[in-house]
Design a protein. Structure first.
Length: 256
């Protein structure tokens, strides 16, 4: 079999394993929706001011939770799953099998992209049905899809890279959450950026990919200007993550 055929075959296996764990599948899709309901219940009657644009808080959070869902599926899930598989020796056995490592990891990335797209579609549909959120269309939809795919791939690469600093499976949730949760707050995912947001927070947010990814997703839902610079920054972080993953990714459990 060719590498492509092996990768696609592995994708089918990963997908079956995912859906045969109903608790994992349910909470993967329920988590962003749960946050959407909570935040809109608490803050949904307000208005968020972004530059000269004013949008309903409920519409803002539809875009924000769609972004959160992608990051969870592509960064957090990949990093924690691979850390657990490495600790239990699964990755070591895979590395010693005829299956190419690239096909195994590629199948994980493709499946994460599939879950991310499904998460965005469910969140958008939920937001449209219950909060009247606008959905991207026309040229904006194409730009939105570019940001979605680039962002998903970039966060997958970063998820692979961060496994290098995870010493064991027990430490995986703490390290992954510590590396992403502060950025979610500092990038306007959980708390909207208004016109009065401190400059130092904006400065920090512009360094990392979460803010740029969220801005591209917001353009599709709430009509803010789409900036290709956001796509470039997210893609650059993805390249950095890929380089680090190639250099430091380990198939064997850490000793000690």
């Amino acid at each position: 079999m060719t590498a492509t055929a092996l990768t696609l075959s592995q994708v089918r296996y990963v997908n079956k394993a995912f859906w045969r764990n109903p608790s994992r599948a349910f909470f993967t899709f329920a988590f962003p929706l749960m946050f959407l309901v909570i935040f809109t219940s608490l803050l949904g009657n307000g208005t968020v001011h972004i530059g000269s644009l004013s949008v309903k808080a409920s519409t803002y959070y539809v875009a924000a939770m769609a972004s959160f869902g992608v990051i969870t599926a592509c960064y957090s899930n990949i990093a924690m799953t691979l850390a657990f598989q490495r600790d239990t020796g699964v990755l070591k056995r895979i590395d010693g099998s005829p299956l190419p490592g690239g096909s195994f990891l590629g199948s994980r990335v493709i499946h994460a992209l599939f879950v991310a797209v499904l998460l965005v579609a469910i969140t958008a549909g939920f937001g449209r049905a219950f909060y009247g959120a606008e959905l991207p269309n026309g040229v904006l939809l194409l730009r939105f899809l570019v940001m979605l795919v680039v962002g998903a791939m970039a966060f997958c690469a970063l998820g692979l890279a961060v496994t290098a600093v995870i010493p064991n499976a027990d430490a995986a949730p703490a390290i992954v959450n510590a590396s992403i949760l502060p950025l979610l707050f500092l990038s306007g995912i959980f708390i909207p950026f208004g016109n009065g947001t401190p400059a130092w927070i904006m400065w920090i947010a512009r360094i990392f990919p979460v803010r740029h990814f969220a801005a591209g997703m917001q353009a599709g839902f709430i009509g803010t200007p789409f900036d290709w610079t956001d796509v470039v920054v997210v893609a650059a972080w993805g390249v950095v993550g890929l380089v680090l993953a190639i250099q430091f990714f380990s198939w064997e459990p850490r000793s000690g």
